[in-house]
Design a protein around this ligand. Structure first.
Ligand code: WTA
Length: 701
């Protein structure tokens, strides 16, 4: 649940914060050349998607897909807020991404895989190849006894075998749950348990920053963790990074672990008819962090999700079948599911899949790839933009690629970084769409339509067609645009891409996303159920939204969501730690990074060893991305008289700000001790105000 603030506080904080966030920017117009070729250029689209046309306006999305049986009801709200889209229809996502393109695009590349080692060749996989490989794998999955409705966990790196296995699952109605490859074995294990998967699919090794990482080791930890939590895993299917060769050192477990390439020998050349599945059948789970320590499995349904990512890939990313499109995200996150795999493939695009780190071996790598492959649509996150800019500000000039369109996603992008992206990466030719959305929403919410709207650095834009946002204050009153006040951004209406539920936890779904602004819990009318996105935002007079960051206990590290409770419980696995508090700290490259404060148990002397083990615990329980920037052992946590840890005070200290009035705390003296420990005796504080997400962090404990 989002924190609740008193209205007065909300208003004061907001006005101060907006002034400092970054100031209004000038508009940039899309070029005539871009407009002339764009898929969506008629501004009347917004009338067609007015709320008065809801939900039938979304029929055109469904029309972009090929159906086995037509639907009879566009939106069924009878189990509000568990929306059911296109009820009565029968459809298959694998068919829509693969089979239906064979006649026209069979010999065109669906994926171009770029291995991290620069000496290794690109691998082009045509739609025809993809069809063959997806069928083989589907036959193999059926052979191991998997069927529609079963869950399978993947812990795969960025290799073509990942989307191939996803599409093979989709062919049979098996629900895939890909855990980001960089997450630890333990994190994977807890997700296996939550989803009730009996099969884990992984890969022996992959390249990351010049090292061939032994990834199979994580599978053993994942299975052990899942078993401890009560979920047995019968089979671990191991892809080989180099087929026929085992690239990991960790032994295979007899009877449990199987090489996919061995199993496939019995299935090569088989065809598996795509199963006609109900529209509202689940397609996949994607785990994401929230306020509690337990990640939630966002469940996405077949038809609604697929048509939403298909339409937004076409209209917002402006993908045409002849484009070479590269989204440099990881398929382990929602961006990769929606905008590397399902959306682009449903549009018969060529989607580039890069295995490694953008700056490996140097900051020219992405631009060399773009030049060599003729990439003309590029999609990445602010953290990568900042990194590439820092390490190679002039690099893009050295390469002769031309982008027509570029996307940014995952965090607010500061106007300065935006302008470098526009001037240097886009060579002032490419439009930029700043797309704001989240795991739960399946696809874009806030964005410009690039051929219709001007761009405004730092603002995501108005909203995608059919998305009707509203910003509410804590009392539920709507904050008008142009008022300069921030509030909680919600979407008034359901849309096809919205998640169906949290896997296995209906109550949490209702509580997290709807309870705050729901007008009547028994209502079957969608108008009573605005969706709480989880971000603070402000809307300018021109209707453009500026996203200020999370309003819950989530830290957005380099565009990836980490729950503070998850980090704190990882810290508490170190036996000497009595209490842990994590706060977000501004970071030049990653946006935010976690910083950890711990108090040790009585009688335990503070030591570097404890700090090292806290860091290690975070890497083991969550993954390297959760590595804290600093760990401080403090004599005591700043606490209220009722004993609650004041994370807000710690956040101010970590971000070199004034702590404000602490006289009402139970132990005000400790605040100065901690401040000196972190900032030094008389470290100069910065006067700049904190961004909204940090300023509000831990405000109400
Ligand atoms: C943040 C990623 C500002 C936001 C697709 C959201 C953004 C969280 C933007 C979701 C953007 C995403 N501008 N902030 N363009 N895009 N965010 O679930 O705080 O990994 O709530 O989905 O990222 O992260 P998630």
């Amino acid at each position: 649940m989002a924190k609740t603030l008193k209205t007065t506080e909300q208003t004061e904080v907001s006005e101060a914060q907006i002034a400092v966030h970054w100031k209004e920017e000038a508009y940039y117009e899309p070029s005539e050349k871009f407009k002339a070729q764009a898929n969506l250029r008629d501004p009347r689209i917004f009338e067609k998607f007015g709320l008065d046309k809801f939900p039938d306006c979304f029929k055109v999305f469904a029309d972009m897909l090929t159906w086995f049986e037509p639907y009879h009801t566009v939106l069924d709200t009878s189990d509000a807020p568990f929306w059911k889209w296109f009820v009565g229809g029968k459809i298959n996502a694998s068919y829509n991404c693969v089979d239906r393109h064979l006649a026209k695009y069979g010999s065109k590349a669906a994926f171009i895989f770029v291995p991290e080692p620069e000496a290794e060749r690109d691998v082009a996989i045509t739609y025809q190849d993809l069809y063959t490989r997806v069928n083989d794998v589907a036959a193999m999955l059926r052979g191991v006894g998997l069927k529609a409705g079963d869950r399978v966990t993947f812990h795969m790196p960025m290799v073509p075998e990942l989307p191939i296995t996803m599409l093979a699952c989709a062919r049979l109605g098996i629900i895939h749950s890909q855990v980001f490859g960089g997450f630890s074995g333990q994190a994977c294990g807890s997700r296996i348990q939550d989803s009730g998967s009996r099969v884990l699919i992984t890969m022996d090794a992959y390249w990351r920053n010049g090292t061939l990482v032994d990834h199979k080791a994580n599978a053993d930890i994942a299975v052990r963790t899942a078993t401890e939590l009560g979920q047995d895993v019968d089979k671990v299917l191991v892809w080989q990074r180099y087929p026929g060769k085992y690239s990991a050192k960790t032994p295979m477990v007899a009877g449990r672990d199987f090489f996919v390439n061995d199993l496939l020998k019995d299935h090569n050349g088989k065809t598996v008819d795509p199963v006609p599945l109900p529209s509202e059948g689940p397609l996949f789970l994607m785990y994401s962090s929230g306020t509690t320590g337990k990640p939630k499995g966002a469940q996405h349904g077949i038809a609604g999700y697929l048509c939403y990512v298909t339409a937004t890939s076409k209209w917002i990313l402006d993908i045409h079948p002849e484009d070479i499109y590269w989204c440099m995200a990881d398929i382990g996150w929602i961006t990769g599911h929606s905008y590397i795999v399902y959306g682009p493939l449903a549009n018969a695009a060529t989607s580039v899949l890069y295995e490694g780190v953008p700056t490996f071996p140097d900051a020219g790598r992405p631009w060399r790839i773009a030049e060599r492959l003729g990439v003309n649509i590029f999609h990445t996150a602010p953290t990568a933009i900042r990194m590439l800019r820092k390490l190679g500000p002039q690099e893009p000039r050295k390469y002769k690629y031309h982008f027509k369109s570029m996307t940014t996603v995952g965090e607010p992008i500061e106007p300065e970084a935006w302008r470098w992206y526009y001037d240097e990466v886009g060579k002032r030719e490419a439009v930029i769409t700043d797309t704001w959305w989240m795991t739960e929403t399946g696809g874009f919410l806030g964005t410009t339509v690039p051929a219709i709207h001007a761009m405004k650095p730092g603002s995501c834009g108005p909203a995608a067609p059919g998305i009707h946002p509203a910003i509410f204050d804590e009392t539920g009153a709507e904050i008008p645009k142009g008022s300069g006040k921030a509030g909680n951004i919600c979407i008034r209406n359901p849309w096809p891409g919205i998640m169906q539920t949290i896997w296995g936890d209906r109550d949490r779904y209702v509580k997290t996303y709807f309870a705050k602004y729901n007008r009547n819990p028994r209502s079957k009318d969608w108008r009573d159920w605005p969706f709480l996105c989880g971000d603070g935002a402000v809307q300018a007079a021109d209707g453009y939204y500026r996203i200020l960051g999370r309003i819950d206990d989530v830290i957005n590290v380099a565009g990836h969501r980490l729950g503070t409770k998850e980090i704190e419980s990882a810290c508490l696995t170190v036996p000497e730690v009595a209490e842990a508090a994590v706060v977000p700290v501004q970071d030049e490259l990653k946006g935010r990074v976690p910083e950890v404060y711990i108090a040790v148990k009585p009688g335990v002397p503070p030591s570097q060893d404890i700090i090292d083990r806290v860091i290690k615990a975070n890497e083991e329980v969550i993954g390297k991305i959760a590595r804290p920037k600093h760990v401080y052992i403090v004599p005591d946590m700043p606490k209220t008289r009722s004993g609650k840890i004041m994370r807000r005070v710690l956040a101010a200290i970590s971000n070199r700000r004034d702590v404000g009035d602490v006289t009402t705390l139970a132990n005000p003296d400790v605040v100065e001790q901690i401040r000196v420990m972190v900032q030094g005796k008389d470290a100069a504080k910065t006067q700049a105000e904190l961004p909204e997400d940090i300023a509000k962090f831990g405000q109400v404990e």
